[in-house]
Design a protein around this ligand. Structure first.
Ligand code: TRP
Length: 445
């Protein structure tokens, strides 16, 4: 039923575009700052290498063999209990849920692109006021930019796999890399650079507790876009005979390099201009604008470029967050692409409005349950519950449910001697790791 296929490079760029997102440039640096640098980075890198890479291959394999939307792919590849396993395919829903706050954050970024053109806060205090004022009082501004992000994402998706998603990624990903590379080149000339390297790469184990550990593992999954059917959906449009291992390698490699480069840039700037790295989620929206101010005119240019890069990273991830459910409605219900994209878009747009309201004074009181408001609940539920469940199901599915001969036929020629270790990791290491991450993020451990 599907005719459009990614080109090889298109698939790699689209998957890398999915993986490289707000997680790399916004979240990774600030959690690295919070958990003390080097040791945390090391745990994250090991997880990416030992678990992330193997799950990435598994997810691509399900898509590649299933060749349909996530629900149908699980259904068709399960030798028995098809009706039960198809529910694993609803991990595509997590992407739509993530979009509820992702789109709002992209909206903030758009807003920052525009304001950085003319204004940068001169102190961290001032930057904080600017950010919290937007967050708590500026409903219409946030709504405007959230709507803009909804329009762009829906437009690209309705253009389809090749004409929309592939094209966008082939343009935005290199642009993102060029922007980061030029900022990195500048960072290399500053004294703060060696401090940044030291901070990120010399492990201080005293800062590592179980929470840091689980955060690192959880982030490795989030940043690789695993456990939500996004990579799977893209892989369903891979050409026959494509090399899954090579593609997975490139995606993991690009994602990791970009996270590290972004971290080095940010920490260099922060050290150079006298801010400390541990600043929490406000790092790029609060500490960074003040640092850009210190840099003078080049700071203005960098501020705009930086937020443009961040927006690009966010948009390429967004399309892959929505595509699984779009594909589901096209494949299973015969909807037109236009109808599917607009419906899915309206879903995250509408709930996104609630996410904005849940931070606005006067409304947030009605949208807060327990310790979290609506925005935070969605963030928490997707990252702490849905994503580990998705990862767990996928590992168990490829490791235990699918016939080994089928898995082996595709993967052994590509993995060669590494086939058995890969299979072992899917069966015994990943499910246990996911289970621990889930329990601890849910606060059970
Ligand atoms: N990887 C993205 C980032 O780093 C976020 C993300 C998580 C994602 N799961 C996803 C993106 C699924 C696309 C699909 O920001």
């Amino acid at each position: 039923m599907k005719i459009a296929r990614f080109s090889r490079i298109g698939f790699i760029m689209a998957s890398a575009g999915s993986a490289v997102g707000l997680g790399n440039i916004w979240k990774f640096p600030y959690i690295t700052g919070e958990y003390g640098g080097g040791a945390f980075v090391l745990i994250y890198l090991l997880t990416v290498l030992l678990i992330g890479f193997s799950i990435m291959i598994a997810e691509m394999l399900i898509g590649y063999l299933g060749r349909r939307d996530t629900v149908t792919s699980f259904e068709e590849l399960a030798p028995k209990h098809k009706n039960l396993w198809k529910f694993a395919g609803f991990q595509g829903l997590s992407g739509l849920f993530i979009m509820i706050f992702y789109s709002v954050v992209i909206g903030w970024i758009f807003n920052y692109i525009v304001t950085s053109l003319v204004y940068l806060p001169s102190t961290v205090k001032e930057a904080e006021v600017t950010f919290t004022t937007m967050l708590h009082t500026e409903f219409w501004t946030q709504l405007f930019y959230h709507t803009l992000s909804f329009i762009i994402i829906t437009y690209v998706l309705h253009k389809g796999l090749k004409g929309g998603i592939e094209k966008m990624n082939l343009f935005l990903m290199p642009a993102l890399m060029i922007i980061l590379a030029s900022m990195f080149a500048y960072a290399l000339t500053l004294d703060g650079f060696s401090k940044a390297v030291h901070f990120m790469f010399s492990p201080d184990w005293s800062k590592i507790n179980s929470e840091a550990f689980v955060t690192a593992v959880g982030h490795a999954f989030f940043t690789l876009s695993l456990g939500m059917g996004a990579i799977m959906t893209y892989a369903a449009s891979l050409e026959k005979g494509a090399n899954i291992v090579k593609s997975a390698f490139w995606v993991v490699f690009l994602d990791t390099i970009i996270a590290i480069v972004a971290g080095l840039i940010l920490f260099t700037f922060l050290y150079q201009y006298g801010s400390s790295p541990a600043k929490g989620p406000g790092l790029v929206f609060i500490s960074l604008p003040a640092v850009f101010y210190e840099m003078g005119i080049i700071g203005n240019i960098f501020a705009v470029l930086f937020f443009v890069a961040l927006a690009f990273a966010g948009l390429t991830s967004s399309v892959s967050l929505v595509e699984p459910m779009v594909q589901y409605f096209i494949d299973r219900f015969g909807w037109s692409r236009l109808r599917a994209t607009i419906s899915m878009g309206l879903f995250f747009w509408l709930f996104g409005v609630l996410a904005i309201l849940s931070n606005i004074d006067g409304a947030k009181e009605y949208l807060t349950w327990g310790s979290r408001n609506f925005f935070d609940w969605i963030d928490y539920l997707t990252a702490a519950v849905m994503l580990p469940i998705g990862g767990f199901l996928m590992a168990v599915f490829v490791g235990f449910v699918m016939e080994k001969s089928k898995v082996e036929a595709v993967m052994r020629p590509q993995l060669k001697w590494a086939f058995e270790p890969w299979y072992f990791s899917l069966r015994y290491i990943t499910p246990v790791a996911m289970f621990i991450v889930m329990l601890s993020l849910m606060g059970v451990l």
